[in-house]
Design a protein around this ligand. Structure first.
Ligand SMILES: Nc1ncnc2c1ncn2[C@@H]1O[C@H](COP(=O)(O)OP(=O)(O)OP(=O)(O)O)[C@@H](O)[C@H]1O
Ligand SMILES: [Mg+2]
Length: 364
């Protein structure tokens, strides 16, 4: 049981124009205190712009931005309870690590010893114990990122704003920093708002995610709901892989929808499996892992269909198959976890596949 956390950030119908360009088109959303929140969307959708309206680096054209219950209209950036970590880190190469981290405390009335203590604590928090005297220019990308984080956290903001902070790191380092950031957020307990265009990164790190397209929030949900129940084909396509098959709605009665789908035949879906925000023909969507290849002697728990293997991509722990279900014309992506003793199928193999109607989503 988790009780609903109080609201830290609230956007009420926020619009932003750059000249004629309508960059934010009516953003209404709440971000809870202490949550790890991500703004996810393709390049140019307005993520950075929205983040900057929280920091106060960017004015808004209309609407309201509230932080911790206060309207931020006219409140300058330097007195907002927020701090920002940039993609480029913006650390000072000619200063030491400790001088970088303590930079924001220049006007702080505390004694030198107290400030040094605060710097040491901040360095400890990001795993840079003992690095204080190093020259900042002599650090690796990951270490620089930690310095930037420590420098932001030492000011004890209520909200930490992170604009693609990991995009300059290589894959391994990025994955490590993702886990460190999650731990750090849990430890300090403040609200983290992360901008990313990497859907995997958002799924891994966030309590909740706002998916943005063209200046609007398309869906705001926790990672599992976004993945399992995307509210539009567009969101489904952006987050992971979703297969689509043409479908026809046969009947609807309150909680149940009866559908005839290519390859699956007649299926009955619950109302919660229906995604409404689409126009055009209906289709059935499913994730690659919701279809399973049946090997000799295995039986389907629910339903099964016949398919032909068209392409095989072996990843070691996983195999991706492109298959065509009988009675369909489109190729579908299926993923299987590789299990010892089970063969990887060849191209052209005829195979049975198991599926369950509960894993399907109807887009209409
Ligand atoms: N200062 C500005 N003047 C004019 N247009 C701007 C300005 N800043 C951003 N824009 C435009 O507003 C839109 C949103 O920009 P924004 O930087 O918020 O996108 P983003 O989602 O962060 O993209 P990316 O993933 O590439 O960083 C873009 O079309 C961009 O060109
Ligand atoms: Mg950006």
């Amino acid at each position: 049981m988790t009780s609903e956390k109080p609201t830290m950030i609230e956007f009420k119908d926020v619009h932003k124009y750059y000249g004629d360009y309508h960059a934010l088109r009516g953003i209404t959303a709440k971000i809870r205190a202490g949550e790890f929140f991500s703004l996810l969307g393709p390049s140019g959708c307005g993520k950075t712009t929205l983040l900057r309206t929280i920091a106060g680096f960017e004015g808004i054209s209309s609407g309201v931005v509230m932080i911790d219950g206060k309207d931020m209209e006219g409140v300058p950036a330097n007195v907002r309870p927020t701090n920002m970590v940039f993609q480029s880190y913006a650390i000072f190469p000619h200063l030491t690590v400790a001088q970088n981290v303590g930079f924001g405390l220049r006007k702080d009335p505390r004694s030198k010893a107290e400030k040094a203590q605060a710097v040491a604590e901040a360095l400890d928090m990001v795993g840079l114990n003992g690095y204080g005297d190093r020259a900042a220019h002599a650090l690796s990308g990951g270490q620089r990122q930690r310095v930037a984080l420590a420098r932001a956290l030492i000011l004890k903001p209520k909200v930490l704003l992170l604009d693609e902070p990991l995009s300059a790191l290589d894959k391994k380092m990025r994955e490590q920093m993702q886990l460190e950031l999650i731990k750090l957020q849990r430890q300090v307990g403040i609200t983290f708002i992360l901008v990313t265009h990497d859907q995997e990164e958002a799924l891994v790190m966030s309590d909740r995610i706002a998916v943005m397209f063209e200046g609007e929030v398309a869906q705001l949900d926790d990672p599992e709901t976004l993945y399992r129940r995307p509210n539009s084909r567009k969101v489904a396509d952006f987050i992971g892989t979703m297969n689509f098959l043409p479908a026809k709605i046969l009947s609807e009665s309150g909680e149940k929808v009866e559908v005839e789908a290519e390859g699956f035949g007649k299926i009955t879906l619950n109302a919660e499996q229906v995604s409404g925000a689409n126009s055009g023909a209906a289709s059935i969507g499913f994730r690659p892992e919701t279809l399973t290849i049946l090997f000799e002697g295995q039986t389907a728990a629910d339903r099964e269909s016949m398919a032909t293997v068209e392409e095989v991509v072996y990843y070691g722990d996983m195999t991706y198959y492109d298959i065509k279900l009988d009675g369909t014309t489109e190729t579908m992506r299926l993923s299987m976890r590789n299990v010892f003793g089970r063969p990887v199928l060849d191209i052209g193999t005829r195979t049975r596949v198991a599926w369950s109607s509960g894993a399907l989503v109807l887009f209409r």
